[in-house]
Design a protein around this ligand. Structure first.
Ligand code: ZN
Length: 166
């Protein structure tokens, strides 16, 4: 799951630039931490992040860069396995990021949803909390929720988001 050489794309960078002088919140299903790497500050990681780890026994927290590069990472305090803070099948979602992210959607004037099939719950239900003025969906393929948005753009998220935000 860890791809330490992955770099932020055009969309990550455009969002980080935009946040410098706009009130922007990002909710993501991705676990790669690339939004923060691009410079974004207000990011809600609904499925967690491979940048953060905790011990399965004593809950000691660690960051990806503190772990050894090979083998199964072990807890320096108690010797148990260190687990990435990502949501695996059958596990609950990180409640703090989920609730704060939903609250941000409920307060937003504008919502842009992009690069998602809107088929994986509960993430797909989050846009329903939007009460603002304008909503836009950017996705290359049709989704079951296209009709819920004011506008739909069927294009790649990277180029489109960069153009819209600039
Ligand atoms: Zn431990």
């Amino acid at each position: 799951m860890v791809a330490p050489k992955a770099k932020p794309n055009k969309a990550h960078l455009a969002l980080a630039r935009y946040e410098k002088d706009h009130d922007l919140a990002i909710l993501t299903q991705n676990i790669d931490g690339l939004h923060q790497l691009a410079g974004s500050k207000r990011v809600y990681e609904i499925h967690g992040s491979v940048q953060h780890y905790h011990c399965v026994r004593c809950h000691h927290p660690m960051e990806l860069q503190e772990l050894p590069h090979e083998g199964v990472p072990m807890c320096p305090k108690c010797g148990a396995v260190m687990k990435p803070d990502v949501v695996l099948y059958g596990e609950g979602l990180p409640e703090k990021d989920l609730y704060e992210g939903i609250e941000a959607v409920g307060r937003a004037d504008v919502m842009i949803v992009g690069g998602t099939s809107l088929r994986v719950y509960p993430f797909a239900a989050i846009p329903e909390y939007f009460r603002g003025r304008y909503s836009l969906l950017i996705n290359a393929e049709p989704t079951p929720m296209d009709a819920n948005f004011d506008d739909v753009i069927r294009e790649d998220i990277g180029d489109t988001l960069e153009a819209i935000l600039s």
